[in-house]
Design a protein around this ligand. Structure first.
Ligand code: FES
Length: 106
């Protein structure tokens, strides 16, 4: 049996320029979508340490720093790269269809 993944349009390409990010509600979760040099990445917008809003943090290359206590995550993989968070953050598949940026519903 195969399961198909549903993708949701969250923005048009011009709405997330390189270096920018956007937060969208997908299902019941807030997801942060980043544009790093034309590549799009999406992670849950909730730090696994204490629910900090990751999209409000500073981005260093592909690492986002939580604005609350400074944990860092790789937005490509969701992996923790600096404490105090210990648990990786969920990632979402992103695709571009025409001019639309679409994120997979988990
Ligand atoms: S809530 Fe993100 S580091 Fe504490």
């Amino acid at each position: 049996m195969t399961t198909s993944v549903e993708f949701i349009t969250v923005a048009t390409a011009d709405e997330i320029q390189p270096g920018e990010r956007l937060v969208a509600e997908i299902g019941r979760r807030w997801v942060a979508i980043f544009n790093v040099d034309g590549q799009y990445y999406a992670i849950e917008d909730r730090c696994t340490h204490d629910d900090g809003p990751l999209a409000e943090g500073e981005l260093y290359g592909c690492e986002i720093e939580c604005p609350r206590h400074g944990a860092r995550f790789d937005i490509r993989t969701g992996k923790v790269t600096a404490p105090p968070a210990l648990v990786d953050v969920p990632t979402y598949a992103v695709r571009v269809v025409g001019n639309e940026i679409q994120v997979a519903r988990r």
